[in-house]
Design a protein around this ligand. Structure first.
Ligand SMILES: NC(=O)C1=CN([C@@H]2O[C@H](COP(=O)(O)OP(=O)(O)OC[C@H]3O[C@@H](n4cnc5c(N)ncnc54)[C@H](OP(=O)(O)O)[C@@H]3O)[C@@H](O)[C@H]2O)C=CC1
Ligand SMILES: N[C@@H](CC=O)C(=O)O
Ligand code: NA
Length: 365
């Protein structure tokens, strides 16, 4: 294939809830914006892949081709070699929640391959990985964007970066950072009415595509802890890891050792009384319980867990999978900058990924 600067090659790893929505948004983007020409050149799930020597997979039938492919995925260094040899600039879109893929970002970036992703693992793993990623990007000039790693498509990361880059001083960030937890508490402990059964709502959250691939990663508080780690680091606090501050888990003690997410979901109904007690305790004070997080920059305090709220509080009144994130800063004073809206779901998450891709294209093509 002839080299041309007016095209960009795109590899997509992960074709689950978010990945499928991203592919459909990518296909529409390629039709809407003919320049630069977007070439899908690689797509993989954990077991299968589609790619070829002329770097043209084609958008229309990519998912069907993936389902019927007999090719195994390339190893991550092989994907990096393949993309580095593409006839023009390349972007890796990581739609997995894989730590292995995240650990390979410095390799991709050092080879000039830009990255867009909703995967939190790279930015909330060790602080060394965080430094390696941004060092590799600034050395090679490749771009890395991860808007959907916090608040799905909501403009949370771009807003925080703008606050910091324009010289504002962020003092506190707080709110509801999990679409799953928001959905669970809004439906299990609503401001009005009885609410559903805890374990049944957990199953619904998974069916709606809000949970992590394993819903225990939401219920143990770690998903919110990862998001707070990312935000704290962007705000200037070098938090070492998502387990370096207090995180409350909602996994019943008796289920801490079950081996699979499916077994966990099957056994969870036996422990519904535990969450019922928490809900009733809040109700006795005329309040509702919600799962929240906060970062206090001055005290370097980061915490994640349950709190009770008056029924008139904006956090109590959230609907569906909504997140609400308040930025307290020097400029905004005592009235925080607030971002609110759906914080989980395939389409809204893919929107953040596609938006990031458009930003990358405007800089590399
Ligand atoms: N769902 C949401 O609302 C939101 C999700 N996110 C993030 O988006 C990412 C994707 O989430 P979601 O789509 O819901 O998850 P899914 O479980 O639906 O999809 C994950 C996909 O990744 C694939 N995969 C996993 N590991 C690998 C690997 N090592 N190599 C190649 N493919 C792999 C899986 O393949 P296989 O099918 O073979 O297992 C599957 O196709 C996660 O990082 C999540 O945290 C962020 C914000 C919101
Ligand atoms: N499982 C996560 C998905 C988005 O990050 C959530 O529920 O918020
Ligand atoms: Na976001």
């Amino acid at each position: 294939m002839a080299t041309t600067t007016n095209q960009v090659f795109i590899a997509v790893i992960g074709a689950g809830g978010v990945g499928k929505c991203f592919l459909s948004q990518l296909s529409a983007l390629a039709t809407r914006r003919p320049t630069p020409k977007l070439n899908l050149c690689y797509i993989s799930s954990s077991k299968k892949a589609v790619f070829n020597s002329d770097y043209s997979v084609g958008f229309e039938n990519a998912l069907q081709e993936l389902a019927s492919s007999s090719k195994s995925p390339l190893s991550l260094p092989q994907v990096a070699d393949y993309l580095a040899a593409a006839p023009s600039k390349a972007v890796l879109v990581d739609n997995t929640s894989s730590q292995d893929v995240a650990d390979a970002y410095p390799l991709f970036l050092s080879r000039g391959i830009s990255i867009v992703t909703p995967n939190k693992k790279a930015f909330s793993g060790s602080y060394k990985l965080w430094q390696d990623i941004f060092t590799a990007a600034s050395t090679s000039g490749a771009k890395v964007y991860h808007e959907s790693s916090v608040g799905a498509g909501l403009p949370v990361i771009s807003t925080l970066k703008d606050l910091v880059d324009t010289g504002d001083e962020v003092t506190k960030i707080e709110g509801v950072f999990s679409g799953t937890m928001s959905f669970l508490f809004n439906s299990f402990a609503p401001v009005e009415g009885a609410g559903g059964q805890w374990s049944a709502e957990v199953k619904k959250a998974k069916e709606l595509g809000y949970t992590e691939p394993d819903p225990r990663d939401d219920l143990n508080g770690l998903d919110v802890a990862r998001k707070l780690t990312i935000l704290a680091r962007l705000a200037g606090l070098p938090v070492e890891s998502p387990t370096s501050f207090p995180v409350q888990s909602l996994i019943p003690k008796e289920l801490e050792t079950v081996s699979t997410g499916d077994e966990f979901l099957e056994k969870l109904p036996q422990f519904d009384s535990q969450m019922e007690e928490t809900k009733l305790a809040a109700e006795k004070q005329g309040k509702v319980v919600r799962f929240v997080g906060s970062i206090d920059i001055a005290t370097k305090g980061v915490k994640v867990g349950l709190e009770t709220f008056d029924k008139s509080h904006p956090i109590a009144a959230l609907k569906g999978s909504d997140n609400i994130i308040s930025f307290y800063t020097k400029r905004y004073g005592s009235n925080p900058l607030i971002i609110q809206g759906a914080g989980a779901g395939g389409e809204v998450t893919a929107m953040g990924v596609t938006g990031d891709l458009i930003k990358v294209l405007s800089q590399i093509a």
